[in-house]
Design a protein around this ligand. Structure first.
Ligand code: SF4
Length: 807
């Protein structure tokens, strides 16, 4: 298959012009922001290409996809990773060294609390914190921002002080949404970055791999611990043709979501290639990458294009563009000729139609031309109740100038939007630029309310007064549309579409309106039809940064004397106390390097995802407070002894205690008695999102081992990080032989901890009846992970290394 690369000749020519032309104003060359210090944001291309050369050789010089190149060039110790027989996509676990970490305000809390307990004085890689998820949308930007700052003051104070102490760039409330800011400031072709948010892949619009992870994974990168990822499969999406008329990059990803469904990208990277990539703006590609999360993809990426280069220049990063040009000339930023994909999707962009996805799932795709009849067939009211544009997914200058074009057309015809029309700029830079260029006033003229530069209605922070408890339909240009996501109303049907389709429909107020073919009647008796919208990729007068007091000082030095602000009576934040080791004099364990005798808390029946172990919803506000959030431990899990949800038995209860209680209550009783405990669980324990709380909480209450029919790999690793020993039944039938109140003791763990790599572990089970038997179990602990177990957690191990001066 023929692959597209940027011709080095063209790159060299444009590269030469970059330093001279970027500051010059002309119609053809937009102005750029003042050049930033790009030292910490330029990927170390020479080192990456050297690493890749080593891996290539070890892989027998086979052609590689772009995603493989970026991933493999970040492999930690390539020889060790490949020692066990090369890399098999979908099977091999890679140890990787990400270059950067970005965290949003909700997920940053536990990530930082964990990082703090590692005892490091600075982060191993550059990092940033973004205050965006905690801003509520109710009355408009200014009031919403002020009110949200007051409500969340203690969280923002904590984040800001921790950022200062460790030299992390802190983006204040009002600065914008994490992914838009990353694209504008940090993303670079060929980079590998982690972000504690599922739409981190947005940065793939700049031809990199940006992966959404949980806090514990972010802490790996922050502490310089190699980060583990199963080598993803690569789905190739070959783009030909050119979009026209009303079709936008959003429609491309809505179409792909319809094809792949919400699970079709699981364990895979979506790699787009072909001439159709080169016709799209960098921010358009970011929209496509952003929503790859909706099909479960690990991330999405694209070969480096001249429009990425132009975006880098316009955002003050010409030196990054120059370095990327050179790396591209060596073939680093494009797939090799003949690279093989695990699956291939062909899309002709010329034939692509605007698409509307939903309700309630992002993969229910309906072409715009059929949407009216779809609404009729379903028997839904032909009525739109609100239109929302913007968010991290779709608030680029191109998006906003395209919708302003529609607003201008409508205003000329005397039209106003028929429903609330809310616009969320993705960043302060976008807000200020569209305000300067009169885009904002054009939108406000036709009825728009401009909200704060934050997540707002996209994450449910929309204080919607109308339609509560009523079935109604909204259209958004956001990325997710699960039930209740935007306004908390389960009856709100939320459809996803491009910003231009959302805007056009706001003027009609009808779901059946097709702006490509339908007209809107005017009071004069005439009718009005929109012309296809035109936007502008980059502002001719350049971006303007707006309110710079929201921005951090670039690459700040750590200020170790800073005290991290956590109120002693806080209900939302709590310093994470290091977990004690299971071994040694202070542990009270007299079994040496075997675990102490463990009481079985319960036998968990069937599916037990990280959501069952640590429920979300109202518990999210306690993400930074381990004691409070632990009250939700396993509250939706089924006890196999009796089949009830959230019931556990306490066989040694005191006279004032009941025999059965909620699971967290019984776990708390065991903790109070200083009785370490274990869980017996079924197949695929811990599947679902990589939530570190699902490992932290049982450990907090005193869990030391979990014995499973099988584990979900990511959760198994998270357990190991927190000092819990995951063990697998050799014979799955043994699951039924152990019940609550039984005592299990490891046999053979000491040999393993003392370096006998082939030592096997058995469990001695003493039933509450007194009966005793032994069963074989197996483990997947590596030499490093055994060190974590011995220290009590990975972070304890790191802290000990630092104290010993080894780090
Ligand atoms: Fe997530 Fe929405 Fe915020 Fe984007 S705007 S980061 S999708 S909550």
């Amino acid at each position: 298959m023929r692959q597209n690369t940027i011709a080095p000749r063209v790159l060299a020519r444009t590269a030469r012009g970059s330093h001279v032309s970027v500051q010059r104003r002309s119609l053809a060359t937009p102005a750029s922001l003042p050049e930033k210090d790009c030292t910490s944001i330029t990927p170390p291309y020479s080192k990456l290409q050297q690493n890749l050369a080593t891996i290539r050789k070890l892989l027998g010089n086979r052609p590689l996809t772009l995603a493989e190149k970026i991933l493999y060039s970040h492999v930690y110790e390539p020889e060790r990773t490949l020692a066990n027989g090369g890399i098999k996509r979908g099977e091999t676990y890679l140890q990787l060294s990400p270059e950067r970490v970005a965290m949003q305000d909700a997920s940053a809390q536990m990530a930082l609390l964990q990082f703090m307990s590692a005892g490091m004085s600075r982060c191993a890689v550059p990092a940033s914190i973004h205050c965006d998820h905690l801003i509520q949308a109710a009355e408009g930007a200014e009031k919403d921002l002020q009110r949200s700052i007051v409500t969340n003051q203690e969280v923002f104070d904590f984040l800001e002080s921790a950022a200062r102490k460790y030299g992390i760039e802190f983006w204040k409330p009002g600065s914008g949404i994490i992914h838009q800011i990353v694209l504008e400031n940090y993303a670079a072709p060929g980079m590998l970055m982690l972000g504690t948010d599922s739409h981190t892949p947005n940065a793939g619009g700049l031809g990199m791999l940006a992966i959404g992870v949980g806090g514990a994974d972010a802490v790996d990168a922050l502490t310089g611990t190699p980060w583990e990822l199963k080598a993803p499969k690569i789905i190739g999406v070959h783009l030909t043709g050119q979009m026209n008329g009303w079709t936008t990059p959003k429609d491309l990803i809505l179409h792909v979501a319809g094809k792949l469904t919400v699970r079709g990208g699981t364990g895979a990277i979506l790699e787009y290639f072909g001439p159709g990539v080169f016709n799209q703006s960098c921010t358009g590609l970011a929209t496509v990458a952003n929503m790859g999360a909706e099909v479960g993809a690990t991330t999405s990426t694209f070969p480096y294009t001249p429009r990425m280069r132009a975006y880098l220049q316009a955002t003050g990063r010409a030196p990054v563009a120059l370095a990327a040009d050179k790396a591209a000339a060596n073939g680093y930023l494009a797939p090799d000729e003949g690279a093989e994909y695990d699956e291939l999707i062909q899309i002709d962009l010329s034939k692509l139609e605007p698409t509307i996805n939903g309700p309630f799932t992002p993969d229910l795709a309906t072409p715009l031309s059929k949407f009216g009849s779809f609404v009729k067939e379903q028997g839904w009211k032909d009525e739109l109740s609100a239109a929302l544009i913007g968010s991290c997914t779709n608030s680029s200058y191109e998006d906003m100038t395209s919708v302003a074009d529609l607003a201008r057309q409508a205003k000329k015809a005397g039209l106003k939007t028929q429903v609330p029309f809310l616009c969320t700029p993705g960043s302060e830079q976008i807000r200020a630029t569209i305000e300067r260029d009169q885009v904002t006033s054009e939108l406000e003229d036709v009825g728009a309310t401009v909200l704060a530069n934050a997540c707002g209605p996209c994450i449910g922070q929309w204080k919607r007064e109308d339609k509560q408890g009523e079935e109604n339909a909204i259209l958004t240009s956001f990325n997710r549309n699960f039930k209740s996501r935007n306004d908390g109303n389960r009856l709100t049907m939320n459809f996803l579409a491009s910003p231009t389709v959302v805007t056009a429909m706001a003027f009609s107020g009808k779901l059946s309106f097709n702006p490509m073919t339908d007209s809107i009647p005017l009071p004069s008796g005439e009718s009005f039809r929109f012309s296809p919208p035109h936007g502008q990729d980059l502002p001719e007068a350049g971006f303007t940064p707006g309110e710079t007091s929201y921005y951090p000082k670039p690459t700040p030095e750590p200020q170790p004397e800073t005290e991290v602000v956590i109120r002693p009576d806080s209900q939302r934040l709590e310093i994470l106390q290091p977990f004690p080791s299971h071994f040694g004099e202070d542990s009270g364990n007299n079994r040496g390097l075997e675990l102490p005798p463990l009481k079985v808390l319960m036998r968990v029946r069937g599916k037990c995802t990280t959501d069952h172990i640590s429920a979300a919803g109202p518990w999210l506000k306690y993400k930074g407070h381990l004691t409070n959030i632990s009250e939700n431990l396993l509250i939706t899990a089924v006890n196999d002894e009796g089949g009830e949800v959230n019931v556990a038995f306490d066989h040694e209860h005191g006279p004032s205690e009941s025999e059965s209680d909620t699971i967290p209550s019984v776990a708390k009783r065991l903790k109070a008695r200083k009785q370490p405990w274990a869980l017996v669980v079924d197949d695929n324990y811990g599947e679902g999102s990589a939530r570190e709380h699902a490992a932290l909480q049982p450990r907090f209450y005193g869990c030391a081992a979990i014995v499973a029919r099988s584990f979900a790999r990511i959760h198994e690793t998270n357990l190991k990080k927190q000092g819990i020993l995951p063990l697998w039944f050799v014979d799955k039938a043994d699951y039924n032989r152990i019940g609550s109140g039984d005592v299990i003791e490891t046999l053979g763990l000491a040999d393993l901890l003392q370096g006998k790599a082939d030592a096997s572990i058995r469990l001695r089970v003493t039933r509450s009846s007194g009966e005793q038997f032994e069963i074989p179990v197996r483990h997947t602990m590596s030499a490093d992970q055994l060190k974590w177990l011995r220290a009590g957690s990975a972070l304890n191990h790191i802290r000990a290394q630092i104290s010993a001066g080894a780090n």
